[in-house]
Design a protein around this ligand. Structure first.
Ligand SMILES: Cc1cc2nc3c(=O)[nH]c(=O)nc-3n(C[C@H](O)[C@H](O)[C@H](O)COP(=O)(O)OP(=O)(O)OC[C@H]3O[C@@H](n4cnc5c(N)ncnc54)[C@H](O)[C@@H]3O)c2cc1C
Length: 727
């Protein structure tokens, strides 16, 4: 049985959804820590015989001299800004009002004595679980809202929404999302947990038949969740009906005790996210009402008749919003490390000339693309997701009448119900299509799947690279946990797992039957399959839409076998550079479509052999999908910055150019290999890329100041806003 510590002791559950901020611990916890003398005595006992005393060293006189150059250095960087930072702050936040809301939230958090701590980085796991106001703690809300609630929204019937919505919204139940199993994760159809219909009692029996079927890694399952949505193999009269989603109660909402048939625990220490109670769950013939099968698309009636979804593809959409949310998460979390590294870079001096390390070419070429990447994430997220999700609005909720033993206060600055209602509206539109026009439905859903899968895979890995660059850019100081970057790396790491989720085969493609036999596939594979299918559609005279609309011009693109750019100006035109990426993607897709892959697929008689055929192309597939995502992000970025005030266009354009050149520079090998560009053009790209890094470097501090992270959020002395990093 799990001890319900969280239930009895937590005083505050505070999240600013999306903007997840780390800090906090009540002062009372200091008493738990051992004193310095106790720790010294403990060490002493280990290293010398009991009866010997360490010789007393005379106390060192305190060093009082402090002659910081940092404040003047950072002030000079700010004075040299090429644009109005206040205006950039507003644009970055999504508007003046949103910026001011952010400031209010920071003030509320910073002034609450229960939400500040002087030893954030020394917390034990139990402390992190119970008291922190941190990214990892806030993940509890994320899991509840974006995974649990979203699964209900996407797969629940209107009656089920009516039954659960309020309890979920008011946190009367806390939900988790149980998909991954100890032995399985990516290949959903291989999951083992069963939901067997018991006609006599009108119930499903949820069961983990093997050790490998143990639900594993499940956020909130370790201590907190009262309920889960669990994906299970549905069995009726011994006949399997595939995987479906079920609401399964885990713990009593009043006592926190596990319910009959449920065994669960915490999986213990992790690389990051200590504040999130990832856990394991085993079901032993746990019983739930039949009506807990989420039945928007599928249904089992009282007599045990199974009514399948109009198209099985609808069952695979639950992770789309979670995947898209990563764009916001990137600049919010990775962005903190970029700010720290940028400030440290202009304050830290090294070398014979005692110059700012940021002025070394190797340094600004390392960091400036990271700054540009954050701009891409922020602006494409706002541009793309504002259209998917509505704008944020301020909402304070106090649930002081919460049924849990402890008072629960929720401060939300994003309006989730609104967000989900829009998503649900979109989903309803798609559901209508699913009933009436499967072809259009699959095209829409396919695009959302492909975009979200590709973007998550591309951005999260690039985010991890960015963090590592930042860590190295701060030398030994970033190896200290007290400078925050190691913790961010740990927290971010989870986003780079889960790159593999089996999708559903596309139903309407001529080759779909063969491709679908692939038994598991990466997110990039999903994206690539979609692109190849779309290119094939275009060849058949159908119109491509959404992120792949550029494939309508594939024939024209390929008709131009070499790049015609003959000066630097061409390479500074983002749309033109995106044309180069388009050429490379189309060329590679075309090779995959017309040459080796189909030949190999057509020669295979079995699903396993088809899977091998895909496997032989996996590296090429991954690279092509990444390129497609980069060009899509650039498309969105260019559209997004059109909404910016005119005086911000220059720095924003430079960020887009830098990102575009970063991608092209990383693809020079492929472009040369295909003989699309000449060595001379490659030299121009490389030279321009380095020059742009140098030119934008002068705005490194203003560009990152615009993200408006206060020091108490960054928690890194080397990233102090005032530049006094050694104090
Ligand atoms: C902190 C944390 C929180 C999590 N929270 C949840 C949660 O709340 N709910 C939940 O259901 N799950 C959760 N997960 C699980 C997460 O979704 C899985 O870790 C993820 O799906 C990866 O699966 P895996 O760990 O089994 O990796 P594996 O499947 O073992 O993959 C390991 C590596 O093998 C390679 N590989 C695997 N499959 C393929 C393939 N088809 N093609 C090519 N290469 C392949 C890749 O290199 C991959 O990185 C969480 C995980 C973590 C770390």
């Amino acid at each position: 049985m799990c001890t319900p510590g969280f239930w009895q002791q937590s005083h505050y559950l505070v999240t600013w959804c999306g903007l997840q901020i780390r800090c906090t611990l009540p002062l009372s916890l200091h008493s738990i820590m051992t004193s310095p003398l106790e720790r010294l005595n403990s060490v002493r006992n280990h290293i010398q015989p009991q009866n010997q005393q360490l010789s007393q060293q005379p106390c060192l006189a305190p060093i009082l001299g402090h002659n910081p150059t940092g404040p003047a250095d950072i002030a000079a960087e700010r004075a040299g800004a090429s644009f109005n930072v206040e205006k950039m702050k507003y644009f970055w936040a999504g508007g003046k009002e949103e910026y001011e809301i952010t400031e209010i939230a920071y003030q509320i958090i910073q002034r609450d004595p229960d939400l500040t701590t002087s030893h954030f980085f020394d917390q034990t796991r139990p402390e992190a679980r119970e008291f922190t106001y941190s990214e990892s703690f806030a993940m509890r809300i994320y899991v509840h809202d974006l995974l649990f609630r979203n699964a209900l929204n996407l797969f629940g019937s209107p009656e089920q929404l009516a039954e659960w919505q309020e309890d979920i919204e008011k946190f009367r139940v806390l939900g988790c999302f149980a998909m991954t199993e100890l032995g399985h994760s990516s290949f959903l159809r291989g999951l083992e947990t069963t939901a067997t219909y018991d006609r006599e009692n009108d119930e499903f029996i949820i069961h983990s038949p093997t050790l490998e079927a143990t639900k594993w890694w499940i956020g909130l399952a370790g201590q907190t969740a009262t309920h889960t949505v669990a994906i299970c193999q549905t069995i009726i009269d011994s006949k399997p009906h595939g995987i479906n989603w079920f609401i399964v109660p885990l713990r009593s909402p009043t006592t926190g005790r596990l319910l009959p048939g449920v065994t669960a625990g915490d999986i213990g220490a992790k690389y990051g996210r200590a504040g999130l109670d990832n856990g394991w769950i085993q079901f032993t013939h746990a019983r739930i009402p039949r009506t807990n099968l989420l039945s928007r698309w599928v249904n089992v009636d009282r007599d045990g008749n199974y009514h399948p979804a109009p198209n099985p593809a609808v069952m695979y959409a639950t992770l789309i919003p979670e995947r898209l949310s990563i764009m916001a998460g990137t600049w919010m979390l990775v962005g903190q490390a970029v700010v720290i590294a940028a400030r440290y870079g202009v304050v830290r001096r090294q070398g014979a000339k005692d110059q700012k390390i940021m002025d070394y070419q190797s340094h600004y070429v390392k960091l400036m693309p990271c700054v540009a990447f954050m701009y891409i994430c922020n602006i494409t997220n706002r541009y793309a997701c504002d259209r998917l999700f509505p704008r944020v609005s301020l909402r304070f909720c106090k649930y002081s009448t919460h049924p849990l033993p402890s008072m629960l206060i929720v401060l939300q600055l994003t309006d989730f119900p609104q967000l989900h209602s829009l998503l649900t509206t979109q989903w309803s539109e798609m559901s209508e299509l699913a009933q009436n026009d499967i072809h259009s439905y699959l095209r829409k859903a396919g695009d959302m799947h492909a975009v979200s899968a590709g973007i998550k895979a591309t951005i999260t890995w690039l985010g991890a690279d960015t963090l590592e660059r930042c860590r190295r850019a701060c030398g030994g100081h970033a190896y200290s946990s007290y400078n925050a970057i190691p913790g961010i790396i740990g927290d971010w790491g989870v986003t780079t797992t889960g790159a593999y989720k089996a999708g559903r085969r596309r139903q309407h493609r001529p080759f779909a039957a063969d491709w679908g036999k692939s038994r598991s596939c990466s997110r990039h594979l999903q994206s690539q399959r979609y692109l190849i299918g779309t290119l094939h559609d275009v060849a058949q005279g159908r119109q491509a839409a959404g992120s792949a609309a550029y494939l309508n011009d594939a024939a024209t693109v390929l008709a131009q076998p070499t790049c015609v750019f003959d000066n630097e100006r061409d390479w500074l035109n983002i749309e033109a550079v995106n044309g180069v990426l388009t050429w490379l993607v189309v060329k590679r897709l075309h090779i995959n479509l017309t040459l080796s892959l189909p030949t190999q697929l057509q020669a295979t008689a079995t699903a396993l052999a088809a899977s091998d055929a895909w496997n032989d192309h996996l590296l090429s597939v991954t690279r092509t999908s990444e390129l497609h995502c980069h060009r899509h992000l650039l498309d969105l970025y260019v559209a997004g910055i059109r909404e910016a005030p005119v005086e911000l266009h220059a720095p924003l354009l430079n960020m887009g150019r830098l990102y575009a050149l970063y991608v092209v520079e990383g693809s020079l090998d492929a472009l040369l290999e295909e003989e699309y560009i000449t060595p001379k053009q490659a030299r121009v790209v490389r030279g321009l890329y380095i020059r742009l890094c140098k030119e934008t470097r002068t705005d490194a501090v203003p560009l990152t100041d615009a993200w408006a992270f206060p020091d108490f959020v960054l928690k890194a002395p080397i990233g102090r806003a005032d530049g006094d990093i050694y104090s």
